[in-house]
Ligand binder design. Structure first.
Ligand code: LMR
Length: 399
């Protein structure tokens, strides 16, 4: 019998397996160092406490949606009958950059279409968990999602994992140089052949590391089981510091930390705080070693089948919602970090410059290791957009 995650189990591997089973049932160079002291990717949080734990699954609703999915979602004639319903599923709390932007979008979509569109937001993995939600989008059982960029490799678009490369973005300016430029557009375009249309990039923030021991030098990570998103780049990043990466759905992370199935994790402070992960992690280091953000995507058939005026109104609502996400992300993360500090539950460590250099030295070779998977050209284009010093072995982009 497989023990459940709530039962005490001494062997972490067994506990990890139990959690996974349960889920199924449902060279360093100086210029780069100089960049380390450049504008901090600081942090920031929610205006009010939104610490709702992800509810248990609403299986009946999910089954119903899946049953209705394909036919209902793609019939433009149905649009004439009543409001056009857009189910927008996501996995985080409402009081996060994504949560706020999704709610804003829902409101503006209703206003700008004068009630012709009703956006229903399902937050906190209420409907679907990470991997399931992308499948649900392709099936048409939900129409809109905003998965983190690390989750698009599931679709075979591995280039998105470039966003996970450690230390590739020094700050939000670097990030926006990519998301609002030709590289960002090219990546969204690649989703079309998977039946998905990319509408926008929404910011979250730079990640911190957490565990039950202080994470200062690289050797502190050795042997720690660290929860990651399903990204080979994140896997390589954790292995580069001697940790043991474990892929888990976001909705399972709190419990896995609480029951010590995993020892630690990484996320921007807004996600850690709103999921209460800081309550089950004694230490947190503001490493800012990588970025986590989103692509807002829709089912292509659904989107293409919308009346032109409706699509135009939704595009406007999305432009405004993107501004909300990107305006709120920095502050939300800063406030979350402050709240974590104030809670006294987790001790926050600010890495020294030497600690940060060590981490960079350990993690930067991942860029080269992952070049074949992501595409050396994509990495080189990002370096060019951000001014990141390219690894000598990587080719420069074609002129
Ligand atoms: C995670 O799985 O850690 C994040 O992708 C959650 C999110 O959507 O911000």
């Amino acid at each position: 019998m497989q023990p459940g995650v709530n039962e005490p189990m001494n062997n972490p591997q067994s506990r990890l397996q139990a959690l996974k089973n349960r889920r199924q049932s449902r060279p360093m160079w100086d210029s780069t160092m100089a960049a380390a002291s450049a504008p901090e990717k600081q942090f920031l949080t929610p205006k009010r406490e939104d610490t709702m734990r992800p509810p248990t699954s609403v299986n009946a609703l999910r089954r119903g949606l899946l049953a209705l999915a394909v036919s209902a979602a793609f019939v433009p004639a149905a649009f004439a009958e009543g409001p056009i319903v857009i189910k927008f599923s996501h996995v985080v709390a409402s009081d996060t950059p994504k949560g706020k932007a999704a709610e804003f979008f829902a409101r503006r979509a209703g206003e700008l279409t004068k009630g012709r569109v009703k956006v229903e937001v399902y937050l906190n993995s209420q409907l679907y968990k990470d991997k399931e939600e992308i499948e649900a989008l392709q099936l048409g059982s939900v129409q809109m999602l905003a998965p983190s960029l690390s989750k698009f490799a599931h679709l075979g678009v591995k280039e998105f994992e470039a966003f996970d490369l450690p230390f590739i973005f020094n700050d939000y300016n670097d990030l926006h140089a990519v998301t609002s430029g030709p590289v960002g557009r090219k990546l969204l375009q690649k989703l079309e052949s998977r039946g998905i249309t990319g509408l926008a990039y929404w910011d979250n923030g730079f990640k911190v590391m957490s565990a039950n021991k202080p994470l200062k030098s690289v050797s502190d990570y050795k042997g720690l089981r660290m929860r990651i998103q399903p990204s080979k780049v994140l896997d390589a990043q954790m292995r580069a510091v001697g940790a043991l990466p474990q892929v888990l759905a976001f909705s399972e992370t709190y419990q896995a930390l609480q029951t010590r199935v995993v020892d630690g994790t990484e996320n921007p402070p807004s996600n850690l705080y709103t999921q209460k992960m800081h309550e089950v992690q004694k230490h947190l280091s503001t490493t800012n070693h990588g970025y986590l953000g989103y692509a807002v995507v829709v089912n292509k058939k659904f989107w293409d089948g919308l009346p032109g005026n409706i699509r135009a109104a939704l595009t406007q609502a999305m432009t405004e919602a993107t501004q909300v996400a990107n305006d709120t992300a920095f502050q939300d993360n800063l406030e979350a970090l402050n709240r974590i500090k104030a809670s006294g539950k987790s001790t926050v460590h600010e890495p020294t410059m030497e600690e940060r250099r060590q981490l960079m030295r350990a993690m930067l070779p991942v860029h080269q290791q992952m070049a074949t998977r992501i595409g050396a050209q994509t990495i080189a284009e990002i370096y060019q957009a951000t001014g990141f010093k390219p690894l000598p072995a990587l080719p420069r982009p074609a002129p």
